[in-house]
Design a protein around this ligand. Structure first.
Ligand SMILES: Cc1cc2nc3c(=O)[nH]c(=O)nc-3n(C[C@H](O)[C@H](O)[C@H](O)COP(=O)(O)OP(=O)(O)OC[C@H]3O[C@@H](n4cnc5c(N)ncnc54)[C@H](O)[C@@H]3O)c2cc1C
Length: 184
């Protein structure tokens, strides 16, 4: 059973998965690489002067897999509460349960709405600064949380904030993911 299920494989979902997998959290990401990034030419992602969205996605998918995140091409059809966690049902009927869910569904947050979260075309789904929704253990990141102001780097930042919050909850104290170069 994964610790965290991420639904959506755009920059929001992949960024959350990166921070989690890099810190030994068992995370699975569901998505078919149908992200809006496949239409983008990024010139506003700090640190990368210019990159095709498709190439960004290829690198990001490889990066998270190398840290141990599992990427699955299934579509998630439904979500239901299961004790203090959440069970997702995949197309085909397979079910998976985890304590935490990160929803990064993009412009059409069907599953979030199915959970009863209110979606407003202008303001998206309400979250706190750590991407927590009003449902315990459910995080909403990226375009679903700010539909009219969607940028790749903001989605990636949201995913990072959600992951750091989950890591802090699991560890019981504030967590930062800081690395240093080797000492010479
Ligand atoms: C033409 C165009 C040009 C753009 N140019 C730029 C640019 O220059 N710079 C910039 O910063 N941004 C640009 N963007 C916006 C950028 O693509 C988005 O900000 C970014 O993709 C949002 O990331 P996200 O992770 O929030 O959502 P998305 O990238 O939309 O990812 C959501 C993913 O979730 C998947 N998904 C949804 N529901 C399910 C489900 N039930 N089960 C499994 N998977 C599911 C979807 O298939 C999709 O892959 C552009 C967008 C377009 C369309």
């Amino acid at each position: 059973m994964p610790d965290v299920i991420v639904i959506g494989d755009g920059p929001g979902g992949l960024s959350a998965a990166l921070f989690l997998a890099k810190n030994q959290i068992d995370v699975v990401v569901f998505g078919q690489d149908k992200t809006a990034m496949n239409y983008a030419l990024l010139r506003n992602y700090l640190g990368i002067p210019e990159i095709l969205g498709t190439e960004f996605q290829r690198i990001a998918r490889k990066q998270i897999a190398e840290h141990g995140a599992r990427l699955r091409g299934d579509s998630v059809e439904a979500i239901a509460q299961a004790g203090d966690g959440w069970t997702v049902t995949l197309e085909g009927g397979e079910k998976q349960t985890a304590r935490y869910l990160v929803l990064s569904e993009g412009k059409g947050p069907r599953l979030a709405k199915q959970l009863g979260l209110q979606f407003d075309e202008h303001n998206g789904i309400a979250t706190d600064r750590n991407a927590r929704s009003s449902l315990d253990g459910v995080y909403i990141v990226g375009r679903s949380a700010r539909p009219g102001r969607s940028q790749a780097i903001i989605s990636a930042g949201d995913g990072a904030a959600a992951a750091i919050d989950i890591l802090s909850r699991i560890k019981g104290e504030n967590f930062v993911d800081w690395d240093e170069p080797p000492k010479t």
